[in-house]
Design a protein around this ligand. Structure first.
Ligand SMILES: [Zn+2]
Length: 222
């Protein structure tokens, strides 16, 4: 089972790269295990990763298994697992459009109903802190606040989910809405859906009896 989950962490990181959500070795992926998480190692190209390269961390940050050093953003991942028991996996990317908006320190408003996949009607932008720092981990956990995604100022995107598939879907959908918002900003003033409409959308997603985002994700064959 653990070997399988390590393989899934790698497959998710490779999918992130294949779908253009991260370039080079930027970004990282983790999945919760009892008492800690599996996380991608630092500085290794995803296509070269083997299950044994995935690092097992305990919740206190100590390494429980694996000969590699963990991703430099391990504090970011552990901080979210510690504060959000329902979260089972995290995908962190420097995807182009989400990161561009983070550079403007701008949140993503409800310019498309699919933003509801991220568990709210906005994707907020966490205040800037140096990569890998405990401060960044705190800022991100605070910005997430019951949601599944937030931007990190001048840095990128954090997406969380019940499992790896869910976290990846959130990352991909938020990047799509970020791109749509960016494109709309080039030619005019985007119209933002109001809270009443976003409440209807949230209700409709729930009444499908599925995780929010599955209908759209199927269309995009994620
Ligand atoms: Zn990063």
């Amino acid at each position: 089972v653990k070997h399988e989950l390590r393989a899934q962490v790698i497959a998710t990181a490779q999918k992130m790269s294949a779908q253009g959500l991260s370039r080079g070795t930027s970004g990282n992926v983790s999945a919760r295990v009892p008492g800690g998480c599996f996380i991608t190692p630092t500085g290794m190209p995803y296509e070269e990763l083997r299950p044994s390269d995935v690092v097992e961390l305990r919740l206190d940050g100590s390494v429980a298994g694996g000969q590699r050093a963990p991703s430099s953003e391990w504090r970011l991942h552990l901080g979210i697992y510690a504060s959000r028991p329902e979260i089972g996996a995290i995908v962190h990317t420097h995807s182009m459009f989400a990161t561009t908006l983070s550079i403007l320190r701008r949140e993503i408003p409800a310019v498309h109903y699919m933003i509801a996949v991220a568990g709210g009607s906005v994707v907020p932008c966490a205040p800037y802190a140096t990569f890998g720092s405990a401060e960044l981990a705190e800022n991100a956990a605070r910005a997430l606040d019951g949601r599944k995604a937030c931007l990190l100022a001048n840095h990128g995107l954090v997406a969380a989910g019940v499992d790896l598939k869910d976290a990846f879907r959130v990352a991909a959908e938020v990047e799509t809405v970020a791109e749509q918002y960016w494109r709309a900003l080039q030619i005019g003033q985007p119209v933002v859906l109001d809270d009443a409409e976003m409440a209807r959308v949230a209700e409709k997603f729930e009444s499908y009896g599925q995780q929010p985002g599955q209908p759209g994700s199927r269309l995009r064959s994620v």
